[in-house]
Design a protein around this ligand. Structure first.
Ligand SMILES: Nc1ncnc2c1ncn2[C@@H]1O[C@H](COP(=O)(O)OP(=O)(O)OP(=O)(O)O)[C@@H](O)[C@H]1O
Ligand SMILES: Nc1ncnc2c1ncn2[C@@H]1O[C@H](COP(=O)(O)OP(=O)(O)OP(=O)(O)O)[C@@H](O)[C@H]1O
Ligand SMILES: [Mg+2]
Ligand SMILES: [Mg+2]
Lengths: 258, 258
């Protein structure tokens, strides 16, 4: 049975999309069947794999999943890496936040659709927007676990307590088995004192919940979305891509032990 | 009469808070009376100036301004730099997004309060969250102009069209004289091809609307919030702080010509 992992952090620009895209690609490279659902109206995960957004109209998108309840379609778009499938986002999705407010069981809509499709994939990743609104809550209610990218900078640690409170609230109210998949340190710069301090503090607080593999700051990770490819396919020598291969290995290892 | 400037961009982590805090501090250093209103429930501008959040309970906060309509109080907290005043944010503010949905003239609440206080300040800066929800719309309706930090990376340029559409919508529906104060290039790395490409493209599209002064990527800007000070007060030799002094000069110059 596939595992649904929400990639979330309400702090902006910490590497949620970079993590969702590159981790999904690393697991696909390892032969896993992976679905990536873009739950952010900005649609950065969509443009990272489909820069011209040529496919967003031909296939059903995240807004369709939430509004129409008709399940993950059989025909899905697959970008370059084999075994990787994408449900794209459209700007229309920002309307869902308001439209869902008065809908019954509004927090469960994504869960109903994705839990019905779990057996078709090994992993389903949900890229969340930088907020704790209805789209992120839908993703947390649908997920088996939440993966938290933590940028190695001052504000990032600040916001973590708020995020973990929201995760606990969702676990109590809507999704009793929601686990923490782990915390991934992103944009780590080994020469910067601040990076080392934040990494030390995170490992001090969260211990083994922080992945061993660290994602270094790597220009190739920032450049690759412009070419519509995950970093691994853009430049196989990318240290950032190797960091994500490491995290993929740790996730697979943890599942083997489970 | 004071000028109200919203610092907005729905893309996360592009330097909105760094820009609001350091630009407000640069103008205060130039002798201007400046109010900074933290409109983001994350409260990063608040912790950047008051790391222990010691003052957030003693003074009225942004949630009070929105919910109780009783104006900008006489007694305001002032952090280290003289002439700089802060209306702090609290996590409570995230509730305002939902609470305001069914309130009459919900988009105008901040405008009513701030327009009544304009004569007490030369500038009022509004730090916005990474979304286009009610808090950001309230800030855009209250403002005379919007200042857009643009990180010199791929996704940042992508999101700009969406933001400018929202600004146009606010101008048509709620705030006819909303101008674009300008676009500030942030975290510019002169050695990175991507940085140079994004900067060239931004200047190509937006011409003189892009400030001449560019904010370089500078570790001191990222470290200074941990010490509760703007970069200029943390390290007077900070290139990032000088970049913000440059932007402050350009804003003052434009007002003299106006
Ligand atoms: N390891 C890395 N090295 C260098 N740049 C990176 C790295 N990871 C992400 N980036 C870049 O940093 C910026 C922020 O990353 P990203 O957009 O993935 O964050 P996010 O949390 O998804 O942002 P948002 O809050 O807007 O959804 C992007 O320009 C991205 O390309
Ligand atoms: N010029 C700079 N040089 C180096 N680091 C910077 C610079 N400007 C901002 N930063 C750092 O980059 C990160 C993102 O900046 P900041 O938090 O100001 O962005 P934001 O747009 O306000 O984010 P959010 O979308 O979460 O509100 C922070 O850790 C900040 O300290
Ligand atoms: Mg993202
Ligand atoms: Mg901010």
């Amino acid at each position: 049975m596939g595992r649904i992992i929400a990639v979330a952090n309400q702090k902006g620009g910490v590497g949620k999309t970079a993590t969702a895209v590159n981790l999904a690609a690393a697991l696909a490279a390892a032969g896993q069947r992976v679905l990536l659902v873009d739950c952010d109206p900005q649609g950065n995960a969509t443009t990272a794999l489909d820069p011209g957004r040529a496919n967003q109209e031909k296939y059903s998108n995240t807004y369709n999943l939430l509004e129409q309840d008709n399940g993950v379609p059989e025909r899905l778009w697959s970008p370059d890496p084999p075994h990787l499938f994408l449900v794209p986002s459209t700007p229309h999705l920002s309307g869902a936040e308001v439209e869902l407010v008065n809908t019954p069981a509004r927090e469960h809509r994504l869960r109903r659709v994705l839990r019905a499709a779990v057996d078709r994939f090994d992993f389903i990743f949900l890229d969340c927007p930088p907020s704790l609104g209805l789209l992120t809550v839908n993703a947390l209610v649908a997920a088996h676990s939440v993966l938290v990218p933590l940028q190695c900078e001052y504000y990032a640690l600040e916001g973590l307590a708020g995020l973990l409170r929201t995760v606990a609230m969702v676990r109590e109210g809507f999704n009793g088995d929601l686990e923490l998949e782990g915390i991934v340190l992103t944009m780590f710069d080994s020469e910067a004192t601040l990076s080392r301090q934040v990494a030390e503090e995170a490992r001090g607080h969260f211990g083994a919940q922080v992945f061993q593999s660290v994602i270094p700051r790597d220009p190739r990770v920032a450049e690759s979305p412009g070419f519509g490819k995950p970093a691994l396919w853009y430049d196989a020598l990318s240290p950032g891509a190797w960091g994500y291969m490491g995290v993929a290995g740790e996730i697979l290892g943890a599942r083997r032990r489970a």
